[in-house]
Design a binder for this molecule. Structure first.
Ligand code: ATP
Length: 234
């Protein structure tokens, strides 16, 4: 499966935010999407999952043009989204939050989804009856990812999972995403933590002012003087 983006442009009201973005993510690869605040990364993810309409350009699922498909229809095809800020239901338990992610699944697959989420994040299993609002920040992020995985996505969009987390927890969350990728899911990861995400990603794109300005193998970008100067303060 391949999620492709061609010449994508969009914005809010009259303010254009994305200017001709081309990008792709395939099953089984972890692709980092980097860039300064306001570069348009969240806007891009929201356009991919159908929450925002493109002004121009296309979003392709293999050969299929996704324009006209609602976020729910895209989710059913296998496009998952872990939104910025996690968007959990604080007064529902861990298990209830997870179950919401299985809304589109055949009933028999729900157990499989729980098993997968709990294997990936054993801490969620220990706290399955706890209210989501009482979890630590790191646990909430694990729950948000677990909930998205309950829908068995082929491609998963993840917006800033390490935001507000201590470095050790941020690393734990990104390493969990790497295991998700090893299971065959494609992940497009928006991250402020450039060093860490280039270590776990296979490829990366760097956006500035709504355009992709650099792209390539993550290992190579980690050595790129422009990346080191602008994002790693080296
Ligand atoms: P950050 O890392 O800060 O989240 P980002 O790269 O994800 O940055 P976006 O959130 O996509 O950037 O924002 C891109 C631009 O679009 C910014 O200039 C922002 O102010 C603007 N923007 C974002 N959301 C809206 C909105 N709902 N209405 C109007 N403008 C918006």
């Amino acid at each position: 499966m391949r999620l492709g983006v061609e010449g994508l442009e969009t914005g809010y009201g009259k303010a254009q935010v994305l200017f001709g973005v081309d990008l792709e993510v395939r099953e089984g690869e972890l692709v980092a999407l980097l860039g300064t605040n306001g570069a348009g990364k969240t806007t891009l993810l929201r356009t991919l999952s159908g929450l925002l309409r493109p002004w121009r350009g296309r979003v392709l699922w293999e050969e299929r043009d996704l324009s006209g498909l609602s976020p729910a229809q895209r989710a059913r095809l296998g496009l998952g989204h872990v939104p910025e800020g996690r968007q959990l239901f604080p007064l529902m338990t861990v298990e209830e939050n997870l179950r919401l992610g299985a809304a589109f699944l055949a009933p028999g697959r729900e157990e499989e989804g729980f098993a997968r989420a709990y294997t990936l994040f054993p801490r969620l299993a220990e706290r399955r009856r706890q209210l989501a609002g009482t979890l630590s920040g790191g646990e909430q992020q694990m729950l948000a990812i677990g909930r998205a995985l309950m829908g068995f996505p082929k491609i998963l969009l993840v917006d800033e999972p390490s935001l507000g987390l201590a470095p050790r927890l941020a690393e734990e969350v990104l390493l969990a995403l790497k295991r998700v990728v090893e299971e065959g899911v494609g992940v497009l990861l928006v991250e402020q933590n450039v060093a860490l995400s280039l270590e776990v990603a296979g490829r990366a794109y760097v956006m500035e002012h709504g355009r992709v300005v650099l792209q390539g193998q993550a290992a190579r970008l980690l050595e790129d003087p422009r990346v080191r100067e602008a994002y790693l303060s080296l």
